[in-house]
Design a protein around this ligand. Structure first.
Ligand SMILES: [Zn+2]
Length: 731
């Protein structure tokens, strides 16, 4: 009990200091005390990454010269090469480190490192610690992961192997030795660790004892177990400790090196991105390709998720050339146009392309030419891809704590879908935007944005609510939906919205949903020409959403452009008639707070939009953002089609990326061909005190005519196939 009490006492302090949970407080504390280690000197150099993931029998048959030549042809300036962990591709001396059975006298890693060095490349060694062999299990049974049934876990895909425990001595001791040996022997610039976080819950002796010592509890066995919250935090603190240990081992062997764990993601990822972003010198965003019907902007979204906490640190966009599905056709090749679009969107969103090829054997060569062509283009355009900062002025907030503590078993519905709805709406509206992590809302970290969108960001602390209030009072715009701020940072429901004062409304303790056959009445007579109704002038009413809150106005709302038409029966058809055609119940609350503007929707416009993709909802969302943002956008693009628009500042230039997502199957991800879109009229706002002295189209290779006008330039882009970049040289 003593330990438990100490833990609670310490955690209360740490939690209070950080404003978050116990272990997070501790993990953050550790990171802060140690300070993020300095970034290696090479970290910002690589712009094009090549990854060759060898398979065990490659050393007997693969053609190293071919790959080195391909690295040269692609102008890749960094390589990620298979080194060790599951299979060692060099003559290791670490006990139980399994050498490839095909290695013979070769040192494949050494040959490739030497070859890459001759090409002047940065070299990072790849390890993968998640699986091991019978001899390891016999000698160190406690290194193996244990299932809920108490049995050691066989590997699900390679049944001759065992799954290792991610939080015990296999990772902490054995993999530290492996890391030391690789960096010491080859002096590689870094180690990229794949699948390092363990493979699901582990009930081994180390995990059980470690968790009990830290929390006084047994490991959780069900999703509803109250120990889950402590477990999330304990696991996180163990993993951050592990990362620090490996990183220290790498830096001891090469002071200009580092460990780059394969980690990170969006709202539903498990490790705190605000800590990861503070600590990592660079990361690779590992969204390799489309899954199912995923939209083609999914990779750009990944870039924004990482940038939200990485800031200007480099993030590589790790893409595969294959079909990425749960069925794992790892030796497949994707359609070249789909790879092109994926890479275009990751580059447009600020990531550096990193191709990943599994196995040294080429079963299918179709990807080689397109990837070489794209990388060569990136090399030619490098000056304009070295972004200093995005110029977007709208931020879409994502909140891991909302996913962890409020999402529960409805995390898709409550967390992901509202974010995806806004993402789609902003892309369709051609509004450049960034993602913002909710733990970076303080003045020091919040990027210079004019508007923040809160897509059902339900779990917010008092501090975070105060930061948002400050943002609005300084003149910012805020657009929020549904249960935003109705819960605290630990997921406990509040008596009223944390942002009640900003919204000007209070919660009336009633939720409805899923609601069917309910509508919104557009109050054109009461709010003639209101900007919220732009594009809906001919619509007397439009469909409502699915989840609705009953709220009460506390402030005065002189203009109410949208009111409720309550649900009425949808069957039998004879009974489908409106019972109450007009109410005075507002369904959007618009108000000015000091110099800022706040739009609050007490329903799930964003979630319903992602669910149904109705264009009327798109218009409402776009109009709300434009109303809240009291300034001209950094870029306006007018013309047919769907474009992902991003705007960047480099040292002496500015770029506008236009990625053509107007695929016939755009609402679904698969790409058969790229269909060019026609003429786009573009207006770019230039940074203060700058003038454009040259404009080029970096994909078409044209020098278009442009007109200087009132703080900006105007030009026409005749056609876009996958991607166009307007590069504006500034003086
Ligand atoms: Zn374990």
């Amino acid at each position: 009990m003593g330990r438990r009490r100490d833990f609670l006492k310490t955690s209360a302090l740490a939690g209070a200091a950080a404003g978050f949970g116990a272990f997070e407080g501790r993990a953050r504390g550790a990171v802060l005390q140690a300070g993020a280690p300095s970034a290696p000197s090479w970290i910002d150099r690589p712009m094009r990454w090549a990854q060759l993931t060898l398979v065990e029998d490659d050393p007997g048959k693969f053609d190293a010269a071919f790959w080195l030549d391909y690295f040269r042809r692609t102008q890749s300036d960094a390589a990620c090469l298979s080194a060790g962990g599951c299979v060692a591709y060099y003559p290791t001396e670490v006990p139980f480190h399994h050498r490839s059975a095909w290695l013979g006298d070769r040192d494949v890693l050494g040959e490739l490192v030497t070859g890459c060095r001759k090409l002047g490349m940065v070299v990072v060694a790849r390890t993968d610690p998640h699986a091991t062999y019978d001899d390891v299990k016999a000698a160190h049974p406690d290194w193996i992961a244990v299932g809920a049934d108490g049995q050691p876990r066989r590997h699900w895909a390679s049944p001759e192997m065992w799954v290792t425990c991610g939080l015990g001595p296999y990772n902490f001791d054995f993999m530290t030795e492996v890391t030391k040996e690789i960096v010491g022997r080859y002096r590689v610039d870094g180690v990229f660790v794949n699948r390092w976080e363990g493979s699901g819950m582990c009930y081994c002796e180390h995990c059980r004892a470690g968790f009990r010592a830290a929390t006084g509890r047994d490991l959780p066995r069900t999703a509803a177990d109250p120990a889950q919250r402590d477990y999330r935090q304990w696991r996180e603190s163990r993993l951050f400790e592990l990362w620090e240990r490996w990183d220290a081992a790498a830096r001891a062997a090469n002071p200009d090196g580092c460990v780059i764990p394969n980690t990170g993601g969006g709202a539903t990822s498990r490790l705190d991105m605000s800590v990861i972003g503070a600590r990592a010198p660079m990361l690779a965003a590992d969204r390799q390709a489309r899954h199912g019907l995923m939209a083609p902007w999914a990779i750009g979204m990944n870039a924004k998720e990482y940038r939200a906490t990485m800031g200007t640190k480099p993030v590589a966009g790790l893409f595969s050339v294959g079909v990425e599905e749960p069925y794992r056709w790892k030796d497949s090749v994707q359609s070249a146009d789909e790879i092109r679009l994926w890479v275009a969107d990751l580059v447009a969103n600020g990531m550096r392309p990193w191709f990943s090829k599994f196995a040294g054997t080429l079963h299918d060569r179709r990807w080689l030419a397109p990837v070489a062509e794209m990388f060569a283009w990136c090399h030619g355009a490098e000056r304009y891809l070295r972004n200093e900062r995005p110029l977007a002025r709208v931020g879409l907030v994502y909140s891991q704590q909302t996913a962890w503590f409020y999402g529960g078993d409805r995390v898709k519905d409550r967390i992901e879908d509202p974010i995806l709805g806004w993402y789609q709406a902003l892309v369709e509206s051609r509004i450049p935007f960034e993602l913002v992590h909710d733990r970076r809302l303080d003045a020091e970290h919040l990027p210079p944005l004019s508007t923040l969108i809160l897509p059902n960001v339900a779990a917010l602390s008092d501090t975070q609510c105060a930061q948002l209030g400050e943002f609005v009072r300084r003149g910012g715009g805020l657009v929020a939906t549904y249960e935003t701020s109705l819960f605290d940072e630990a997921g406990a429901e509040r008596r009223d919205f944390g942002l009640a004062d900003l919204f000007g409304v209070s919660f009336r303790k009633r939720r409805d949903g899923p609601v069917r056959n309910s509508y919104l009445r557009l109050e054109h007579a009461a709010a003639p020409g209101h900007p919220l109704l732009r594009g809906l002038e001919d619509a007397p009413r439009i469909i409502h959403g699915v989840w609705q809150l009953e709220v009460e106005a506390k402030a005065a709302f002189p203009v109410v452009p949208v009111t409720l038409i309550p649900s009425y029966p949808d069957l039998p058809m004879e009974k489908v008639y409106v019972r109450q055609p007009k109410t005075d119940i507002p369904q959007v609350f618009l108000r000015e707070v000091d110099r800022g503007r706040v739009a609050y929707f007490p329903w799930d416009v964003d979630r319903t939009f992602w669910d149904v993709l109705a264009v009327d909802h798109l218009k409402l969302m776009r109009n709300a953002v434009e109303w809240a943002t009291r300034e001209a956008p950094p870029v306006t693009v007018t013309g047919p089609g769907v474009l992902d628009v991003t705007v960047w500042r480099q040292k002496d230039s500015l770029t506008v990326h236009l990625v053509n997502l107007t695929n016939p199957m755009m609402m679904k991800g698969p790409v058969r061909e790229l269909v060019p879109v026609g003429e786009q009229r573009v207006r770019v706002r230039l940074p203060l005190d700058t003038r454009a002295h040259r404009v080029r189209l970096l994909v078409a290779g044209d020098v278009p005519a442009f007109r200087q006008s009132d703080g900006g330039i105007e030009l026409v882009v005749r056609s876009i196939r996958a991607h166009e970049v307007i590069a504006v040289d500034l003086t």
